[in-house]
Design a binder for this molecule. Structure first.
Ligand code: NI
Length: 395
């Protein structure tokens, strides 16, 4: 039987097992960097395959599947394993058993899918060259990003993998379809905290006060000009302030106003320049109006660049696996992903697995209490990634 057919056969044999694993993980979600039970579960599953999983960055798990000539080439496959602080409202048999914690970003799907891929590949070790490194990564949802910790601890060393591939569910894409994008794909993300300090007073006597509410209002409007007047129209940028707090009253001018927002873009040079402009513009405006503005920036993930050649190759592999009609081009997204850290070190590609099924009402976006997937995606994900790995390594 040709290798592609063998992989498809193994994938269909294992599909119900993968769904079982996904449901177990979904029912037992854990927050970022607290994925102890999840890591133990992954370790157990991999040990059953005869692999030698080892912990990394406390709750991460790394294992290798060696094919023929394991020294020849290594590639890495990554799944993130953490859940979100969201209360699930789906009424399903596998509903989260942990109050306020939910796999609302599909990391249960990524983890079970990669466990399925591991099963398939461990049955085919005489069919491919080199080594597949499996990376089960903690803390994707929380600063500083588990990817950065794993890289520090050597996940991409000894030997350095030739490439790394990551998969993410996509509730906008119908189940059965897979999406790719070469080059820039996801944005960098930085958190901006502003504290506007004025001088509080009676609402009826503004001349005796320095009103931080009025200063803060000017700052919010003025900072949008960094996007409209300083950013190149060809370079996507977004600045959103979602939290503004002034604890005055109808007749009380408060002493200070705090604001929090996010800045996102896909250009590292512009990112640094824009952050500088945000700082200086906010400070200068506040000074000009007699107040003061403290700016704190917490740097998040860098932008994600999909390696062109790698992405073209895995896309071709996907076309062979699911048919050209089921592979689609993705648009840039201003969402961010810590997979970006890997893309700064080695050729990386992050693709999307369709999980939407409108007929069955499975349409909720990620990070919502009603997010779910059409589990048919799990009949596709594990075999597809195994096929990509085998194609990358050669048989
Ligand atoms: Ni995610």
């Amino acid at each position: 039987m040709p290798l592609l057919e063998r992989i498809k056969k193994l994938a269909s044999d294992y599909a119900s097992e993968v769904v079982k694993m996904r449901r177990h993980l979904h029912a037992h979600p854990e927050l970022s960097y607290q994925e102890f039970e999840t890591a133990a579960y992954i370790t157990r599953q991999l040990s059953e395959l005869g692999l030698a999983p080892r912990p990394m960055a406390t709750t991460g798990v790394i294992a290798e599947i060696k094919g023929k000539n394991p020294e020849r080439k290594t590639i890495a496959l990554r799944a993130d394993i953490d859940a979100l602080p969201i209360q699930e409202t789906n009424n399903v048999a596998y509903k989260s058993t942990k109050p306020g914690i939910m796999h609302a970003c599909g990391h249960d799907v990524h983890t079970s899918s990669l466990l399925g891929t591991a099963r398939i590949l461990s049955m085919l070790t005489d069919q491919f060259e080199g080594t597949v490194r499996l990376i089960f990564q903690p803390g994707e949802e929380k600063h500083p990003g588990g990817a950065s910790l794993l890289i520090k601890e050597g996940a991409l060393k000894n030997p350095v993998p030739a490439s790394i591939i990551g998969q993410h569910v996509f509730p906008l894409l119908p189940v059965g379809k897979v999406g790719f994008r070469t080059g820039k794909y996801m944005a960098s993300s930085d958190e901006i905290y502003l504290k506007v300090i004025g001088k509080g007073g009676h609402g009826a006597a503004p001349e005796l006060a320095i009103d931080p509410v009025v200063i803060a209002s000017h700052i919010i409007i003025a900072l949008q000009q960094i996007i409209s007047r300083h950013a190149s129209p060809k370079n996507p940028s977004v600045l959103t302030f979602g939290r503004v707090q002034a604890n005055g009253a109808t007749n009380i001018i408060p002493d200070e106003v705090t604001m929090a927002g996010t800045f996102r873009t896909l250009n590292e040079g512009w990112r640094q320049e824009a952050l500088k402009k945000i700082k200086s513009m906010a400070a200068a405006l506040a000074e000009g109006m007699g107040g003061h503005c403290e700016v704190t920036i917490s740097n998040g993930y860098p932008y994600l660049e999909n390696n062109d050649e790698l992405t073209e190759r895995i896309r071709q592999a996907a076309e062979a696996y699911v048919g050209k009609e089921n592979t689609v081009d993705l648009d840039i997204t201003m969402g961010s992903e810590d997979f970006a850290y890997y893309s700064q070190v080695i050729p990386a590609s992050f693709y999307r697995l369709g999980t939407r099924n409108e007929a069955r009402g499975i349409t909720s976006y990620v990070h919502t209490p009603t997010f779910d997937i059409d589990e048919e995606a799990l009949a596709l994900g594990p075999g597809l990634m195994a096929w990509m790995a085998v194609k990358e390594l050669g048989s």
